[in-house]
Design a protein around this ligand. Structure first.
Ligand SMILES: [Zn+2]
Length: 139
């Protein structure tokens, strides 16, 4: 996971009462975040809390879709329509976080090379197109 991830939701089969008193299908939504990475990205983009708010509202929007359709959602991917709709409906991210794999010397690898990868780094690209480091993890 880079900074945050849509981990899907489950329509439980139970019913619950929403804040305006309607009885509706109960949905449990899950998003995961790496708070250290999101905080650093938010600092770079000068939008404190922005990426965490995106993840929370993305889980909520996904749950609303699943509640309406009574269909649980899987983890986020480009082929998951509930995820894509939830991502679009959520509050805007403070900025994009990218990542790349590193070899044992700490140099970027051209892709996912099992046995070669010894770490990863996360970075953001600022408005001027410069890469701004967020975090580096080595085994
Ligand atoms: Zn998203």
């Amino acid at each position: 996971m880079i900074g945050g991830a849509f981990m899907g939701n489950t329509v439980t089969g139970e019913r619950t009462t929403n804040p305006v008193g309607q009885v509706v299908p109960e949905v449990h939504a899950k998003n995961e975040i790496n708070p250290a990475v999101l905080r650093r990205a938010d600092e770079l983009f000068e939008r404190p809390g922005g990426n965490t708010l995106h993840e929370v509202t993305e889980a909520y929007q996904g749950a609303l879709i699943s509640q309406l359709n009574r269909v649980s959602a899987g983890v986020g991917s480009e082929t998951n329509p509930i995820y894509k709709a939830a991502h679009s409906a959520a509050t805007e991210q403070s900025g994009e976080i990218r990542s790349r794999y590193l070899d044992r010397m700490g140099f970027p690898t051209p892709g996912m090379l099992p046995g070669v990868i010894q770490g990863a780094e996360f970075y953001a690209v600022d408005a001027q197109g410069r890469e701004r480091p967020i975090m580096r993890i080595m085994q």
